[in-house]
Design a protein around this ligand. Structure first.
Ligand code: AMP
Ligand code: ZN
Ligand code: FE
Ligand code: FE
Length: 279
């Protein structure tokens, strides 16, 4: 069984449509794939139809923008009730923050001398409900300002660069209980990716477990071998589920091919047993 529990489609900032993503997952030899778009569940129905057609198990999920001590933390949620009002309200607030941020980024880039408009970004975002910096990056590539997403982030969109703007994120300690009450399973994405290690130490993870946290994503491209070994030991001590995933974004992120990291079937079963409803 090959299981990949973290992927993005064009419902957020991946480049494949939800159906194409599921077909690619099948072609990559996966048996189970989770669709975890940023702050959005709008890709679920299309992905589920495609999964039925090609014969692969789809786990409906999402990756929620949260914050802890002013640092961004990505929280994966699997199999929540998509109509649970507190979940819907939290996502609405995050998506509004995304929408409000786009003009702020565009203004900042224009002040920096780049002739980019909100329409340029909207065109790249297409059907996505979760407009993000990757769409701004795509617009910058199309305008010839950057060669790819990575260069656009490094030169203009990362924190501290001229086109950076902050946006709203839900406090993590609020989101874990909401997701759990929605019947979902909460797993912290790439906990030590980028700058997470300082925030998500063992004491904090233990507190989050008391709030309902079910697991941590250990095998992720942002984690070194040492990070993975340490996180695995923490998960064992705290009895947290360990996941592994690609964080695939289609052509939007290099080195994140489907199935590049996978989740152990036993851990997947544990995760399912914690969900109110199974796929
Ligand atoms: P946002 O959600 O709009 O703040 O943008 C953050 C998202 O951009 C992340 O979730 C990644 O998917 C993506 N991202 C961040 N850094 C890079 C990078 N260097 N290259 C490509 N995508 C990136
Ligand atoms: Zn993304
Ligand atoms: Fe993430
Ligand atoms: Fe992701």
């Amino acid at each position: 069984m090959r299981i990949d529990l973290h992927t993005h489609s064009s419902a957020s900032d991946g480049t494949d449509t939800p159906a194409d993503l599921v077909r690619s997952a099948k072609a990559a030899g996966l048996d189970v794939v989770a669709l975890t778009d940023h702050d959005a569940m709008s890709g679920w129905s299309e992905a589920a139809r495609a999964a039925d057609e090609v014969g692969i198990t789809l786990v409906p999920g999402l990756e929620i923008s949260t914050k802890l001590r002013h640092r961004g933390v990505h929280l994966l949620g699997y199999l929540p009730d998509p109509a649970y009002p507190p979940l819907v309200a939290a996502l609405d607030r995050i998506l509004a923050g995304r929408t409000e941020r786009t003009p702020a980024i565009v203004d900042a880039l224009r002040r920096h001398g780049i002739d980019i408009t909100e329409d340029d970004v909207r065109r790249e975002a297409g059907g996505s409900v979760a407009t993000g910096r990757p769409h701004v990056a795509d617009a910058l590539v199309r305008l010839g300002v950057a060669t790819d997403r990575t260069e656009a982030f490094t030169s203009l969109l990362d924190p501290g660069r001229p086109g950076y703007a902050n946006r709203y994120a839900v406090p993590l300690e609020e989101m874990v209980p909401i997701l759990t009450a929605a019947g979902g399973v909460a797993v912290i994405a790439h906990p030590w990716g980028r700058s997470g290690r300082a925030v998500l130490d063992v004491a904090v993870l233990a507190e989050l477990k008391d709030l309902g946290l079910a697991g941590i994503e250990v095998d992720h491209q942002d984690h070194s071998a040492e990070d993975r070994a340490e996180l695995r030991a923490i998960a064992r001590d705290l009895d947290l589920v360990v996941t592994g995933s690609s964080d695939h974004h289609g052509l939007g992120k290099i080195d994140h091919d489907l199935g590049v990291n996978t989740t152990d079937p036993e851990q997947y079963e544990r995760l399912l047993s914690l969900a109110a409803r199974r796929p």
